[in-house]
Ligand binder design. Structure first.
Ligand SMILES: Cc1cc2nc3c(=O)[nH]c(=O)nc-3n(C[C@H](O)[C@H](O)[C@H](O)COP(=O)(O)O)c2cc1C
Length: 233
């Protein structure tokens, strides 16, 4: 059983809350895994060229090309993205938009796989986790757990955090804030959040070891997607 982990943060792994949480989920799965950061990768969004409709293979040649086989080979995914403007960041959006290549005709390559979605924001990470879940549903991939929380916004370290009128330190702690190390909400300092990530990893491992019935999962996700369309039509 192999899990593919993707961190969509453009920040260095050591600074990124998304990377840390995705890594924690993977470490607690008890499965073989690979964790890849999208940082520094050049991946464009889908350009709607329809080059993939015949064979379900994207013809845009960039850094997603080498990731395609890893996406196909994995039994499960742990995907994380930072909250930018109350949704996933553009880098992760581009990555997952390109999964359009798997969605044509009898393209069931990803159907019925399972995933954990991770979201981190300067205030909250629910929005990106929810968006990841929705994207995965389009390929009938079930999100079995979501982990979301508050990370260390760059405003704490940009140099202007104490006076910036639109920065997170002033927004959360008020005017005149004095930034201290203790106040910076690194995910690893939050035991409940780290525990949630560990539990999600354990759940994912258990589901895989129990033998994920992909056909059954696919049927459940098809029904869920149809219900979602019904609500928004
Ligand atoms: C362009 C940009 C937009 C952001 N918008 C939001 C936002 O709308 N809500 C929020 O909670 N955090 C927002 N943030 C803060 C990030 O989500 C936060 O720094 C988070 O820790 C990033 O994840 P990372 O640590 O893995 O990079 C924004 C950051 C950037 C750079």
């Amino acid at each position: 059983m192999k899990i593919l982990g993707i961190s969509g943060s453009p920040r260095k792994d050591i600074q990124s809350g998304v990377y840390k949480l995705v890594e924690t989920v993977l470490e607690n799965s008890g499965c073989e895994y690979e964790l890849i950061s999208l940082r520094g990768k050049k991946i464009s969004g889908c350009i709607a060229c329809l080059g993939c409709v015949k064979d379900n293979i994207c013809k845009v040649d960039d850094d997603l090309t080498e990731l395609r086989q890893k996406i196909v080979d994995a039994d499960a995914y742990v995907f994380g993205a930072p909250n930018y403007y109350s949704t996933i960041n553009a880098m992760f959006h581009a990555f997952i938009e390109r999964w359009f290549q798997f969605r044509h005709q009898t393209g069931d390559t990803l159907w019925g796989k399972v995933a954990v979605a991770v979201g981190v924001g300067g205030t909250a990470g629910q929005a990106p986790a929810d968006t990841i879940e929705k994207f995965l549903l389009y390929n009938f991939v079930e999100t079995i757990a979501k982990v979301s929380g508050q990370g260390a916004a760059s405003c704490y370290s940009c140099g202007y955090g104490e006076t910036c009128q639109v920065g997170i330190p002033v927004m959360l702690h008020g005017a005149g804030v004095k930034i201290s190390e203790e106040m910076i909400p690194n995910v690893s300092k939050q035991p409940e959040l780290m525990k949630a990530a560990a539990i999600a990893g354990d759940l994912l491992g258990q589901r895989l070891r129990a033998g994920n019935d992909r056909q059954k999962t696919t049927q459940a996700m098809q029904a869920k997607l149809m219900a979602m369309f019904g609500e928004t039509a």
